[in-house]
Design a protein around this ligand. Structure first.
Ligand code: MTE
Ligand code: LUZ
Ligand code: MOS
Length: 779
């Protein structure tokens, strides 16, 4: 897309439309280091650098903050605390009451208390170290267990209920109870949180923010500074990864930079280093699930009563929607006739947790799957046998088992086809036999196998958020400027939307230029989240392109004396199907200008037919479901607990893919990131509530050598039955949960080693595996 536009000598087939494996629009820039991130962009004259002062208590009253010494340090331009915020000290994305800078009380270790601007980052750091804070310690709640006991919640508990779970369980031939503990996860985006705030005329301010949600940064900055939204412009060209971690958290960083820029009248950049980023910003919610399940002798689930307790941390942030999504994904691929799921967003004095790929879905599914495994164990059946009797009705077969616990019918269940395709790739029964043969002769290393099917609901579970806008300009040289409300974080949204526009105009994608997301180009946007970026922005861009196409067609029709309905776009040209009129796209653009026809248009899209009632937890919140399944094999060392995922076979449903190469990359990346959550990534807080795993030395994300042998197939001939953008499906989050197959494979290996598989926690670190194998807790 960074190619020069050359005049076309003749018309020829357009390149880079939808369904093609076009390279990421910045692929070349990524690998040559030429992609510009905020910290690479030139700094404006006089730009100051910021550093934060963080709480070193989990819960305490602030008795005093002394900034005098820091303010007198060399190079220091300003030291601000809560009292210096000109507007309202509140960065809450949904609910009010989430201070940007701690005021009278700190509620987690690492909470920002003050922020310093100085000539250099080194000077800002030196000064920040001289800010002294007086504390009066208060009792801290540090674990979900403590929070549950104290009934400490950030929002009221939620209950999703269908039928009479308790009586169904009581009446069932078999009953079992269980518990699963799962950890959180740091986003570990390569580009840490960063923002640069540049003050302008009067109260105007321009913010470069590494954010998934420019509009929210705009709103938070406006609130902090006490200026109208129209005074704040937020811009982001790209992020170096986000994964949900820059949905709400980016406004904290941008907010601090903005307050300092306002105070000093100078541009200010705040760039967190890895340690600060990991300590100060929210993560995936860890927590626990407890359940009672009633089933029959075939493993058919008759009743489920479950609680899911998520560690929300100190403030609500997005925990409400995250918990809602967790509850909406407990069912996963299983029809649950009688079910009660109670969700708690536990308030603890740890960093406030936030969006992370899957957004509660992974926690809900993992909890349910551990219960399903218990049923299989209890009956001595394979998990496949249990799944076979508990599935939702497939497309075209209605036995009345297609209603989710929240009342949405599952109408698009392609899972049977997914499983068939997977069976063609890997023979599970044969693999189980091979593993048994291996284990029979291997006393120390034991292998296991896991199969996991996913059904993930697509749409923000808050229906209002499912909207998007786009802005298109066609220039008279035939090049097209593309803008929309979605942000690029590496997932390939910009190339997909450019493909949509190229397809709509029938021109080469090289003529379509994506541009920075900006609140002054497309206003009032939603976060690029919930995997819906291409669904929403693709449709908005298509709407804009259709508006322009209609105007251009009218001009061509007028020139050729035919009807606009006869005009066809394609091959970088426009022709009349009624006669021999034909001209290049660029010539028509020029002609439109001569005829004084506007070549600029906006487009808008709102997902139809979705609704959800948060009070009763019922409705049809999802426009459709995305499906996938994975077979994984693992090996564990029963003496050390070390483990490895050996292979993963995946079939995943992306509808009709907009870009197969990008989609396969998303599936691979999501799966490996999911493996990290479930195997090596362990967050560990000490007894005082201080995160001790805040760097790659102690926090282990998967590396290239942890990636198993993988085979990924897209489900073929599976157009989305819903009229989504070119019948594609969202892909960003659903395959994350395929990694549960890896955890199940480790669990199976523990079982094959004679261990207590039901005690395996997540992540399945070496220690966790050893505990499950030996029953001995080394801690
Ligand atoms: N892929 C990359 N490379 N980097 C990211 O930060 N975020 C994921 C997913 N894939 C992410 C990614 C998350 S959490 C979401 S919700 C989607 O991308 C968002 O983008 P989309 O809606 O355009 O798929
Ligand atoms: N709902 C959802 C949300 O399903 N996904 C999200 O990312 C989200 N973000 C904010 C509010 N609701
Ligand atoms: Mo993704 S967690 O919805 O940003």
């Amino acid at each position: 897309m960074n190619r020069m536009i050359r005049p076309e000598p003749e018309t020829r087939p357009a390149q880079g439309g939808v369904r093609q494996s076009v390279a990421h629009e910045s692929a070349e820039r990524h690998v040559t280091g030429k992609a510009i991130y905020i910290d690479d962009a030139g700094e404006p004259e006089g730009c100051l650098h910021a550093w934060t002062v963080m709480s070193d208590r989990a819960h305490a009253a602030i008795t005093g903050i002394d900034t005098a010494e820091a303010a007198a340090m060399p190079g220091v331009a300003a030291v601000v605390t809560a009292g210096d915020i000109p507007g309202r000290n509140d960065a809450g994305p949904i609910l009010p009451g989430e201070p940007l800078l701690a005021d009278s009380v700190v509620e987690n270790w690492g909470q920002a208390i003050a922020v310093v601007a100085a000539r250099t980052e080194a000077e800002a750091r030196a000064a920040a170290a001289r800010v002294t804070v007086g504390y009066e310690d208060r009792p801290a709640i540090l674990t979900v267990d403590q929070a549950l006991a104290a009934e400490s919640h950030v929002i009221a508990p939620m209950i999703m209920r269908r039928g009479e779970a308790a009586s169904a369980i009581a009446a069932a031939p078999h009953r079992l109870d269980g518990e699963l503990r799962f950890g959180g996860q740091d986003h570990f985006y390569l580009e840490s949180q960063v923002a640069m705030a540049i003050p302008g005329e009067d109260d105007a301010i321009h913010i470069h923010s590494s954010t998934q949600h420019p509009t929210e940064v705009q709103h938070v900055v406006s609130r902090l500074l006490g200026v109208p939204y129209a005074a704040v412009t937020v811009e982001v060209r790209r992020m170096g990864g986000a994964f949900g971690g820059k949905e709400s958290q980016a406004s904290l960083i941008a907010g601090m930079a903005a307050v300092l820029a306002c105070k000093t009248g100078k541009p200010v950049k705040l760039r967190l280093n890895r340690d600060t980023d990991m300590i100060m910003t929210g993560k995936r919610h860890g927590g626990l699930a407890r359940y009672s399940i009633g089933h029959d002798g075939d493993g058919r689930i008759l009743g489920l009563d479950m609680i899911i307790a998520l560690d929300a941390g100190s403030v609500p942030d997005l925990s409400g929607p995250v918990l809602t999504r967790a509850l909406c994904h407990v069912d996963n691929v299983y029809y649950l006739p009688a079910v009660t799921v109670t969700g708690y967003a536990c308030k603890t004095h740890t960093v406030s947790n936030t969006a992370f790929r899957g957004f509660g879905g992974p926690q809900g599914m993992l909890a349910m799957e551990s219960a399903v495994m218990r049923v299989a164990d209890a009956l001595g059946r394979t998990p496949e046998e249990i799944r076979a009797v508990n599935g939702y009705d497939p497309i075209g077969r209605d036995t009345g088992r297609n209603l989710t616990p929240y009342g949405q019918p599952v109408r698009d269940n392609v899972l049977p086809r997914v499983m068939e395709r997977l069976a063609e790739k890997v023979d599970v029964a044969a693999r189980r036999r091979e593993i048994a043969a291996f284990n029979a002769t291997s006393p120390v290393v034991k292998k296991g196998l896991g199969v996991f099917p996913v059904k993930f609901g697509i749409s923000f579970n808050l229906p209002t958020l499912n909207q998007a806008g786009a802005l298109l300009h066609v220039y008279t040289d035939g090049s097209v400027h593309l803008n929309h409300g979605g942000t690029e974080m590496g997932q390939g949204l910009f190339v997909k939307v450019a493909q949509v526009v190229a397809e709509a105009f029938g021109i080469d994608i090289g003529h379509v230029r994506p541009s920075s997301t900006r609140t002054d180009k497309v206003p009032n946007t939603s976060a690029t989240a919930a995997s819906s970026g291409s669904d929403l922005n693709g449709m908005a861009a298509l709407a804009a392109a259709e508006t322009l196409r209609a105007r251009m067609a009218a001009v061509a029709a007028d020139a050729w004396g035919c009807s606009a309905a006869d005009i066809v776009f394609g091959d970088n040209a426009v022709r009349s199907s009624a006669g021999d009129g034909r001209m290049r796209f660029v010539d028509l653009a020029q002609l439109c200008w001569e005829r004084r026809v506007s070549l600029s248009a906006t487009g808008f899209y709102a997902t139809p037919d979705i609704h959800f009632d948060q009070g009763s937890m019922t409705g049809e919140p999802f426009y459709y479901f995305a499906y996938g399944a994975c077979v994984a094999e693992a090996a564990i060392d029963t003496l050390t607990g070390e483990n490895r995922i050996l292979s993963a076979h995946i079939v995943h449903d992306v509808g009709t893919s907009l870009n197969p190469a990008i989609d396969i990359g998303q599936i691979e990346g999501a799966f490996v990131q999911g493996l990290g959550w479930l195997t090596t990534e362990e967050l560990w807080w000490d007894g005082e509530g201080r995160l001790r795993t805040h760097a790659p030395s102690t926090y282990k994300i998967p590396t290239s050598r942890d990636v198993p042998a993988m085979s990924i197939s897209l489900l073929d001939e599976a157009p989305n039955p819903r009229p989504t953008i070119f019948r594609s499906k969202a892909v960003g989050e659903p395959p994350f949960m395929l990694a549960i197959a890896g955890w199940l494979a480790i669990r199976d290996a523990v079982k094959n080693a004679g261990g207590k598989a039901e005690t395996l926690t997540a992540p399945a670190t070496g220690e966790a595996v050893l505990r499950a194998v030996t029953g001995f807790d080394a801690q």
